[in-house]
Design a protein around this ligand. Structure first.
Ligand code: ARG
Ligand code: ZN
Length: 470
């Protein structure tokens, strides 16, 4: 649900028409360009090649049959409803690995080719602007990503199933789509697994049915979601559902082999923290909250929409749960369109983590957490990487997380508590379910506080060296 505009083709036509004006009649004022190929990338320099132009996805319906440790592990059909933002002769979907067996557009077979992370689809007739439906049948065993900095992510086999954790670019290893944060869409999941296993996805569980040896779980995420926040987690789980004291539906699940946290504590902390963040940040943006703890061999937790994912080693610290749940407002509901703005996710979630640490018994005041970092005079990572332009390699580094959080604390000290929390609530409310940029945040902060903040943000977000005056 976004619009990266493509202007190159219409510009070319305009130039061609004017340059032969000697013979041709003046072109009609808004000469429609003929159908063009959709752009092959969203143009994000941090993720060259990822995402596509020419259309805006409205909904994904993922019908997945998952057989852990079998070959292939995955067979699926992705049905994607999108709006063409210009007339298209062909368009691209992101997809890496896997075998495509059939593509239809509007129900008719379409031609397709594969190249470097893309499925290139040529419909039988060019698509006019507006709504279309593309369906892709595919199968295979997705390959996990092993990044030198981030470690493993993407599609990760576990002892009893499979875990998916995709930020920033793992989603297209298991479903085709527009894999960039600027194009959010609703999702339906229909996941069929061997009987005895549970399949968990984003949103709300809308049905379960067992036939023969397999069980199908259907899940629906009714609010727009970026592809990197989509998840399916399959395995043995104990599950608890209910409502938080504040009334939000909650679904939590734990792999029974995990011993670092119990189901009761995961449930209680998730409920308590969700409600606390509602009081601080404003209405909960989605239909449900929750969490899943699996025994996946990864080193991260992830704020997958409505249902963060944790692994045994890191869930025991409740500030991790506070961090991932705060992302539901900051990152999931209000999502950066460009990865260079990732501090809008991680700086905010780290600040939430500091606020939770302050509230815990024997809590450390936020000011002290700021001071202990500020006193690290020689910390190159913190002071030489600007949080709002960290570079691809430092996207998930200390400056984005910690200096990002310090930026918010500097803002809070400048404008005072009342205006600071009014800024956070206005940010969540005004950009709810949409995409936003650092420039949007600066403008909103100045408007809500009535204070000129150019220097503060310049020094904290874009400067090199430890900020001294702001
Ligand atoms: N967003 C996650 C967090 O809350 C970090 C994800 C990093 N990505 C990865 N593939 N390890 O901190
Ligand atoms: Zn985070």
């Amino acid at each position: 649900m976004s619009r990266p505009r493509r202007v190159a083709a219409s510009l070319l036509v305009a130039v061609a028409l004017t340059s032969c004006s000697g013979k041709t009649a003046a072109p009609p004022p808004h000469a429609p360009a003929g159908p063009v190929p959709g752009a092959a990338s969203a143009g994000d320099p941090y993720m060259p090649g990822a995402g596509n132009g020419g259309y805006d996805v409205q909904n994904y319906d993922l019908d997945l049959r998952i057989a852990p440790h079998a070959e292939p592990e995955l067979a699926g059909t992705a049905t994607i409803t999108a709006d063409a933002t210009e007339a298209l002769s062909r368009f691209n979907l992101d997809l890496t690995g896997l075998t495509v067996s059939k593509v239809t557009v509007g129900g008719s077979p379409a031609a397709y080719t594969r190249s470097a992370g893309k499925l290139v689809v040529t419909p039988p007739k060019p698509l006019p602007r507006g709504r279309f439906v593309v369906s892709v049948a595919y199968s295979g065993t997705p390959r996990e990503i092993n990044d030198p900095l981030l470690g493993k992510y993407g599609w990760i086999p576990t002892r009893d199933g499979v875990f998916t954790g995709d930020e920033p670019d793992g989603a297209h290893t298991w479903f085709p789509g527009n894999d960039q944060p600027g194009d959010k869409a609703t999702f339906g999941f229909r996941v069929t697994v061997p009987r005895g296993l549970t399949a968990i996805a984003n949103g709300e569980l809308t049905g379960t049915g067992t036939t023969g040896g397999s069980t199908t779980y259907t899940w629906r995420e009714r609010d727009p979601m970026a592809t990197y926040l989509a998840m399916v987690d399959v395995g043995r789980f104990t599950v608890r559902t209910g409502r938080t004291p504040g009334g939000i539906p909650i679904y939590v699940a734990i792999d029974p082999s995990v011993t670092t946290i119990g189901l009761g504590r995961l449930y209680d902390e998730t409920a308590r923290i969700t409600d606390a963040w509602v009081r601080l940040f404003g209405p909960y943006p989605f239909g449900s909250t929750g969490g899943v703890v699996d025994d996946a061999p990864v080193r991260f937790a992830l704020e997958t929409q409505t249902r963060p994912e944790y692994v045994a080693g890191i869930v025991a610290d409740p500030t991790v749960i506070a961090h991932e749940l705060s992302h539901q407002w900051f990152g999931d509901s209000v999502t950066p369109a460009r990865w260079s703005d990732i501090w809008l996710n991680e700086g905010f979630a780290t600040y939430a983590e500091w606020m939770w640490r302050e509230r815990e018994p024997g809590g450390v005041p936020v000011q002290r957490q700021f001071d202990s970092r500020y006193s690290q005079k020689e910390s190159g990572d913190l002071w030489n990487v600007p949080p709002a332009a960290p570079g691809r390699g430092r996207m998930f580094g200390r400056a984005v997380y910690e200096r990002g959080a310090m930026t918010l604390h500097a803002l809070r000290k400048k404008v005072g508590d009342a205006k600071f929390f009014a800024i956070l609530r206005a940010w969540a409310a005004e950009h709810r379910h949409a995409n936003a940029t650092t420039a949007d945040f600066i403008a909103l902060s100045e408007r809500v506080s009535g204070i000129s903040l150019g220097r503060l943000f310049r020094v904290w977000l874009y400067g090199k060296g430890r900020p001294a005056n702001w």
